[in-house]
Ligand binder design. Structure first.
Ligand SMILES: [Mg+2]
Length: 245
């Protein structure tokens, strides 16, 4: 998988400080836009839970011990099953069955509750919220995951969305809707809500969109992981590893 960590500059945290001072100056017209997955949430505990359950269901003992760090080589389930101790041929053999098992669980409220925060995200989000600018979560998750997503935001102590409130959560209407198209529609909605000061996303395609469409906003790229498309980042994008500084 293409690794973007080399783009993280030594003074990366200054970008976060600059955005916070922009938020303090702008008040409620200022929008701070955050993607969820691999931006403020780490999904690896969810991934590991699914693999453990598959291990129990299919009597594959090594998978019943799966831990989040077995997903260090990316999102390919075969990388994780190999890391758990299956032989590559066996990982290949069970792959289709595992993928179907995963698909039924990964995009659900019940399973997304298992996520944990990207380090520093709760504190940084609250600092922006206290500055009275608006935190807007824009995610490719669908509405069917709203309940679990809100439960997870609460458990991780991140600012909570509320109907008509300062913090909002914009979700895809349905699971099968296209992620890229949804995010572009959400951009139009953002323009009607205020001025985007900064946007945060781990997906190069998505953060590039923000960089082009919101010329005065700071596009911040999370160099965590991504869907694997080999995309060159827009030169305006600033890469950061996490939110702890
Ligand atoms: Mg993401």
């Amino acid at each position: 998988m293409h690794d973007y960590l080399h783009r993280v500059a030594l003074d990366w945290h200054q970008t976060l400080e600059q955005i916070l001072s922009l938020a303090l100056k702008s008040g409620p017209r200022g929008l701070l836009v955050f993607d969820l997955d691999s931006t403020v949430f780490d999904n690896r505990p969810r991934q590991a839970r699914i693999l453990r359950e598959f291990g129990h269901a299919r009597h594959l003992a090594p998978l019943t011990q799966c831990q989040p760090w077995h997903f260090s080589s990316g999102w390919d389930l075969r990388g994780a099953t190999n890391a758990c101790g299956l032989a590559p041929a066996q990982s290949e053999e069970i792959y289709a069955d595992l993928k179907a098992f995963w698909q039924e669980r990964f995009f659900t409220s019940d399973y997304c509750r298992t996520d944990i925060e990207v380090v520093g995200a709760p504190r940084y989000l609250h600092a922006l919220d206290y500055a009275k600018s608006r935190v807007i979560y824009v995610t490719g998750r669908h509405e069917g995951m709203r309940e679990g997503t809100e439960a997870c935001l609460e458990r991780c102590r991140m600012p909570m969305p509320s109907h008509g409130g300062q913090v909002q959560l914009l979700m895809k209407p349905e699971l099968m809707a296209d992620d890229d198209a949804f995010k572009r529609e959400a951009h139009e909605q953002l323009k009607s809500m205020g001025t985007v000061l900064a946007a945060f996303d781990n997906e190069p395609t998505h953060i590039n969109d923000y960089a082009v469409k919101f010329e005065n906003a700071v596009p911040v790229h999370l160099a965590t992981d991504h869907s694997g498309r080999d995309v060159k980042l827009h030169p305006r994008c600033v890469s950061i590893p996490h939110f702890a500084y």
